[in-house]
Write a new protein. Structure first.
Length: 254
């Protein structure tokens, strides 16, 4: 289990699913945690884990410095940012509206960019010099696309490349700040449950794409996030960790 004692983390989208599991995991590993979400349910999640909570729409770019300041003023530093907040659009290229496209991009990629930008500024000011770990959450739908969700797939695909650009920039600038991506497969989350309401049988179908023939547990993704957030992988940056139950490893004919 990674030791995150003394580290300070911000986790977005903390009200449910992977975000909620990550709040618990990083607290269990010793980190001080500020969880954020637009949903007040996140407050109960954070209270249960012994974490702090702030209402925050990641697409409100002007609010990001304030969120970061809440962590740094309370604990004196920022070591970890987990950009987990995300939305689906459930619209194909023929159906997607400008409004849905813009909102999906505002949250999934522009919000992630704004989080990285604000976190790097804080991590550069850490006592002892620039240091930290950013973990961005993408999706296996950036590798094998969903025809019925063009905005989600493309925005999460942008998260993958954003993470690599951030990683290389920080390394070449001489910052000890790493940026990596976790790519979850079909996981038991609120997003998947919402999609099931529109597409009955979806959960069983996506579970069958894994050789394990089950959905992932959010805690399994949280474990990968904790590893990337820790000091146990100092030479990992710009990397992608698949947590997909082997779904992308199996030949489609088998």
């Amino acid at each position: 289990m990674p030791d995150l004692s003394g580290k300070v983390a911000i986790i977005t989208g903390c009200a449910s699913g992977i975000g909620a599991a990550t709040v618990k995991r990083l607290r269990d590993d010793g980190a001080q945690v500020l969880g954020t979400d637009v949903n007040e349910v996140g407050r109960a999640v954070c209270d249960d884990a012994g974490a702090q909570f702030a209402v925050h729409d990641v697409a409100d770019f002007a609010a990001w410095p304030t969120i970061v300041e809440q962590a740094t003023s309370r604990w004196g530093r920022l070591d970890i940012l987990v950009n987990n907040a995300g939305v689906v659009s459930q619209a194909s290229i023929e159906d997607v509206t400008d409004e849905v496209w813009d909102r999906t991009y505002d949250i999934n990629i522009k919000g992630t960019m704004a989080g990285c930008r604000a976190a790097i500024a804080a991590m550069k000011a850490n006592p002892g010099g620039a240091s930290g770990a950013i973990v961005n959450i993408a999706s296996t739908s950036t590798i094998g696309a969903l025809p019925g969700d063009v905005a989600y797939c493309s925005s999460k695909g942008a998260v993958r490349v954003l993470s690599k650009s951030v990683a290389v920039h920080c390394a070449q600038a001489g910052y000890d700040i790493r940026c990596n991506t976790v790519i979850p497969g079909a996981t038991e989350t609120g997003i998947l449950n919402a999609a099931e309401e529109h597409i009955p049988g979806l959960k069983a179908a996506v579970a069958a794409t894994s050789p394990f023939n089950r959905l992932g547990d959010p805690a399994e993704t949280a474990a990968a996030i904790a590893f990337l957030a820790s000091d146990e992988c100092p030479f990992m940056t710009g990397a992608e960790l698949l947590v997909d139950g082997g779904a992308l490893s199996i030949h489609p004919g088998f």
